[in-house]
Ligand binder design. Structure first.
Ligand code: TYC
Length: 102
């Protein structure tokens, strides 16, 4: 608040600019070598899916080449991608996790 011309109190009204943050899809890519069980393990451990949902998504990737694991803000999506790729490399699987703006 501040004193306006006639000495009264005035308040500067700021338009609340609440833009929603852009969202990113985190995706798995198919390959010929990563075991199906390992992909299901990734989807249950890092994306909070139950066994049935994880199996559906794994088969979607296996047959279509790509599948969405979830949609997150940029920071969370980047962290998921790194964790999944590090974990896959640690286990010597070529599984690729990527992200793109939703
Ligand atoms: N295509 C793999 C196989 O036949 C399974 C697989 C599924 C690999 C999903 C990667 O993101 C993937 N063992």
């Amino acid at each position: 608040p501040f004193k306006d011309n006639d000495g009264g109190l005035a308040v500067q009204e700021a338009k609340p600019k609440l833009k929603r943050p852009p969202l990113y899809k985190v995706m798995l890519l198919n390959d010929d070598f990563t075991p199906m069980d390992f992909v299901v393990e990734i989807l249950t451990n890092f994306f909070g899916m139950n066994e049935d949902r994880a199996t559906q998504v794994m088969l979607q990737v296996h047959t279509q080449g790509v599948g969405v694991c979830g949609t997150y803000t940029k920071d969370v999506a980047e962290t998921k991608v790194h964790i999944v790729n590090d974990y896959s490399r640690e286990h010597q699987h070529p599984l690729m996790c990527t992200m793109e703006e939703a």
